[in-house]
Unconditional design. Structure first.
Length: 528
């Protein structure tokens, strides 16, 4: 049983036990009793059903009292988020402008908050575990509107918008089978690791957020520049690009709307303070379609919870668990335990040599178009040796994908060169070796194409067939036409000059450069 599914019933039991110990309605008068000497205002407020403020929490913590959390457990996740707000506010015009921008778009707020309900509980849990401000749970609203499939023009991906290099720095695997920048659990872990590191570096959440957007090196340089000029180094004082200047105000504007939705006439969809999904372990590779079938969910909903999977299969070696809606997890486990048929239709295969998609498809008995689409191979591209491809399971390949291939598989491609059958004529003094060198071919191939011995002697004008890339074929054809034109010109009879000598017949100017010999003859003719 997954560990997340163990603690939740335990927490519920504790909560119900606490509720059973609360005063009965006829004890309401006792709640109105004055504060006893030395009684904590925090405890009094909690005893009377109120929620303490952040400043009260800090006060109680500073005097060493054991009570550091409200006695009531919030049933609404938005309320839980509000209780964990801990960042300093910015009373600035950019914040007010962003508040007005969001408030004027209630459909947008409703759409992106509704999308967040699958992921928010997990993020809040992680933030509280790390003792980080819960404002950070709202950061994906700014980054991606809580769309785990979002990709920016700069190639940042996922809810938390990790760039490829930064993702690798935080152990987010990116290969042809999955992109952990989109993974709900992995990307959240990486984002909070990164934000914690930035806050330790700058000791200020506003600067940490600016660094998350602009880069820690850029923010550090901006601070150093202000220090050298004797200027302030806070978020509002350092020189930031426009996008970063608006970044923190966007987050704080969303925070203010979540804190007081009625003030901005915003409608926040109800999100219960309980897990939306559960991580269910799997021990074998499984088709996405099979997981959806056994769990009783649609493939679309399954992919929304497991957005890092970009192929039609979960690989147990690197995806030891599948995220499923909480209510469907037990159904999946029960059906999987009794399932006796195949679980996966595909496996991974490493190409032993460079080959076309058609050659790879023929080897595995699959349609070339289907194989190209499944592995996202562009047209006119060759699969290079060492590439990992997803192929149908059959025969010797009816096995789960090993960890090294699932974790490091890459699709390596190169341009597919289309050869054109081209006819040429041998020139005086040509040999197969010379001719092959002229067209950057091997003499053996030229001999094979023409059914000749590699040492065969060529006659001037002998027709030969070459297989050339399209561009080289066009050049060779033009070269052959030029040679034929030149040969035809030499064969034309000239006219007799005044002294009986022959002069080449004059040709109309074509605008092209002539040979020095042709030019000399033409000038001599003009003098006569």
């Amino acid at each position: 049983m997954n560990r997340h599914r163990l603690w939740w019933p335990l927490l519920t039991a504790i909560f119900l036990s606490a509720c059973s110990s609360l005063p009965a309605p006829d004890e309401a008068a006792e709640l109105e009793a004055p504060v006893q000497s030395g009684e904590s205002p925090y405890l009094l407020k909690a005893r009377r059903g109120g929620n303490p403020t952040l400043s009260e929490l800090r006060t109680e913590s500073s005097i060493g009292l054991r009570a550091v959390a409200p006695l009531t457990v919030p049933t609404d996740l938005w309320d839980r988020i509000r209780r964990g707000f801990a960042m300093e506010d910015l009373d600035s015009e950019p914040v007010r402008e962003r508040e007005q921008w969001y408030a004027a778009r209630p459909e947008y707020i409703e759409r992106m908050t509704a999308r967040s309900n699958k992921y928010l509980f997990h993020i809040v849990e992680e933030l509280e575990r790390r003792n980080m401000p819960t404002e950070l749970a709202l950061l994906p609203f700014v980054e991606s509107a809580f769309n785990p499939q979002a990709v920016s023009s700069a190639s940042a991906a996922g809810m938390w918008q990790f760039m490829p290099a930064t993702g690798k720095d935080f152990d987010l695997t990116q290969n042809m089978f999955r992109d952990d920048r989109r993974d709900v659990l992995a990307s959240t872990r990486a984002a909070l690791d990164y934000l914690e590191r930035l806050n330790r570096q700058f000791n200020d959440w506003h600067l940490a957020l600016a660094a998350y957007n602009w880069g820690q090196g850029n923010v550090a340089k901006a601070i150093k520049r202000n220090q050298s000029q004797g200027l302030g180094t806070s978020y509002t004082e350092i020189n930031l690009p426009q996008e970063t200047r608006q970044y923190v105000p966007k987050l704080l504007a969303i925070k203010n709307i979540v804190a007081q939705p009625e003030r901005f006439r915003a409608k926040l969809p109800g999100i219960g303070n309980h897990p939306f999904f559960d991580a269910v372990p799997i021990k074998r590779d499984m088709d996405v379609a099979k997981v959806a079938e056994l769990a009783g969910v649609t493939e679309r909903d399954l992919r929304q919870l497991n957005p890092s999977i970009n192929k039609p299969m979960f690989m147990a070696a690197v995806n030891p668990s599948v995220l499923l809606p909480w209510d469907n997890a037990a159904e999946f486990e029960a059906k999987l335990a009794s399932h006796s048929g195949p679980l996966a239709s595909w496996t991974a295969w490493k190409a032993p040599r460079d080959m076309t998609v058609a050659q790879a498809a023929e080897q595995h008995g699959v349609d070339a178009g289907e194989l190209r689409e499944l592995n996202k191979i562009p047209l006119r591209m060759l699969v290079k040796a060492g590439s990992a491809l997803l192929v149908p399971r059959n025969g010797k390949l009816d096995m789960d994908v090993p960890e090294h291939l699932a974790d490091h598989g890459q699709l390596l491609l190169k341009e597919e060169i289309i050869l054109v059958r081209t006819q040429i004529k041998a020139r005086k003094g040509d040999t197969l070796a010379k001719l092959a060198q002229r067209y950057r071919l091997s003499a053996a191939k030229v001999a094979d194409w023409n059914d000749l011995s590699p040492k065969a002697r060529l006659k001037p004008g002998q027709q030969l067939v070459l297989q050339l890339p399209q561009r080289e074929a066009r050049i060779a054809a033009a070269d052959e036409r030029s040679a034929e034109t030149a040969a035809a010109g030499k064969a034309k009879p000239g006219r007799k000059g005044e002294k009986g000598g022959k002069v080449a017949a004059a040709k109309p100017s074509s605008g092209k450069a002539r040979s020095s010999r042709d030019l000399k003859v033409a000038l001599d003719s003009k003098k006569r």
